[in-house]
Design a protein around this ligand. Structure first.
Ligand code: MG
Length: 445
């Protein structure tokens, strides 16, 4: 299956399924759905980006929408610019951390937010039924470009953090942008924060310098650079710069779960309030909320960025995120954003005289185990019916599969939406306990 068309977007292979015809018709579908107004388009740095963007733009113009082309920018920057330009909608052209052969199309609402499922479905149905409105010549849309995206996005981030406190520390930072879309904005932000920046894989040419997912096995180069430059911190962005991974001052990859933990630790200290995280995200954020005192609620949501973003908005959270290094700060937007992630973590370090490794070591540490089990659809349903049997003194949440929290740890079982697979994730203070929590579920199989 090389074309994936779901409510979170469309993704296909270049030379096979992600064709100019598809992009133009999705542009027509989105444009016909909106009827009029301005659509703001940005793309990541893949070489296929212009092909997809121009075809999509053509469809939007033909349906009577105006288009503002932002060029190569990060995914969260498109969210910022949709609001800035009071757009009727936005489009991000990216396949995130997937290899260069993929590209994808994601729609955004005027709030710079993924459309709710019924609206996303309505747009795709228009595409499937060729329900397009082609306007006459007087109403053909107008195409403009806007070059200000990085300046505007960075300015929003600077307004949200203590720039003076960070500048005083003159941090030495290694930034790995994997030749993706976040390099120029990321560098601009770190310059404004008075950092001494060592920028690796900085060219936004889409020729990813390493496997682009910002996980431990792909960031050896960043760890080495942090050590050889004796840097205070290393940051890794994914190709569309919505995810952020961190390497500490000792050159240790600390894991993407810590991105949200560190950002939340800072936000809870400076501007306490509620938080949102998905059900597969570490318990560290709950511990940090307790340590911060007061009554901070951590709202747990189904997996998926849009679910976290909706919870942030609906519960007035001060921070939200996912364990994959995606930070949502509603002051900037409701899209996961590596720029504000860097800002919040540097502000945490500026407020704390210690090195990052010491700050990390003080946060309650867990081991998370993620397993996958091949199982057909009806057996998954049977499994989910049985899971409550193991609840005991635990707390059960069935918003997305089932998660049970016990004092010693938690387990989350959830069916994959696309494959006949059940994912079982457990977290505990040590590997033996986490294993045992996974077995509580797999014994039911
Ligand atoms: Mg991404």
């Amino acid at each position: 299956m090389t074309l994936m068309m779901t409510i979170s977007g469309v993704r296909g292979l270049i030379g096979q399924t992600m064709t100019p015809t598809l992009a133009a018709e999705l542009g027509l579908a989105f444009g016909s759905h909106l009827g009029s107004g301005t659509v703001v388009i940005g793309r990541d740095s893949r070489p296929s980006g212009p092909m997809v963007a121009e075809a999509l733009t053509s469809g939007l113009l033909a349906a009577g929408c105006d288009v503002v082309d932002l060029g190569v920018v990060s995914t969260p920057s498109v969210g910022v610019m949709v609001k800035e330009l009071r757009g009727a909608g936005g489009v991000v052209i990216t396949a995130s951390h997937n290899p260069i052969i993929w590209n994808g199309i994601k729609f955004l609402t005027p709030d710079g937010f993924a459309p709710p499922p019924d609206e996303a479905e309505a747009i795709l149905n228009r595409y499937r039924s060729r329900d397009f409105t082609l306007v006459d010549v007087e109403r053909i849309g107008r195409l403009d470009r806007d070059e200000r995206t990085n300046d505007i996005h960075v300015a929003r981030v600077l307004e949200a953090i203590d720039v003076e406190a960070i500048r005083k520390r003159a941090f030495k930072v290694v930034l790995d942008s994997v030749n993706g879309a976040g390099g120029s904005g990321g560098h601009l932000l770190l310059d404004k924060l008075g950092c001494n920046v060592i920028h690796i894989n900085a060219e936004p040419n889409g020729r990813f310098a390493h496997t682009p997912e910002p996980t431990a096995e792909n960031l050896g180069g960043l760890c080495d650079a942090v050590r050889s430059h004796s840097a205070d911190i290393g940051f890794a962005q994914d190709p569309d710069a919505d995810r952020l991974a961190i390497v500490d001052n000792q050159g240790r990859y600390i894991g993407e779960e810590y991105t949200l933990a560190l950002a939340a630790k800072f936000v809870f200290a400076r501007t306490p309030g509620n938080a949102a995280a998905n059900l597969s995200t570490s318990r560290m954020i709950d511990d940090l909320a307790k340590l911060a005192g007061g009554d901070i609620n951590v709202h747990r949501t189904p997996v998926g960025e849009a679910n976290v973003a909706r919870a942030v908005r609906d519960h007035g959270c001060v921070i939200g995120g996912e364990g994959n290094g995606g930070i949502i700060d509603p002051r900037i937007g409701l899209v996961r954003d590596s720029f504000i992630g860097m800002g919040l973590v540097l502000n945490l370090l500026a407020d704390d005289s210690r090195q990052l490794s010491e700050v990390v070591d003080e946060i309650p540490r867990y081991v998370m185990i993620k397993t996958k089990h091949e199982i057909d659809r009806d057996r998954i349903d049977t499994l989910l019916k049985k899971v409550p049997q193991i609840k005991g003194n635990g707390v059960l949440n069935d918003a997305d599969g089932i998660r049970i929290d016990w004092p010693e740890g938690w387990v989350h079982v959830r069916p994959s939406n696309t494959e006949p697979i059940a994912r079982v994730i457990a977290e505990a203070a040590n590997a033996a306990t986490a294993d045992e929590l996974v077995r509580r579920v797999t014994d039911l199989l």
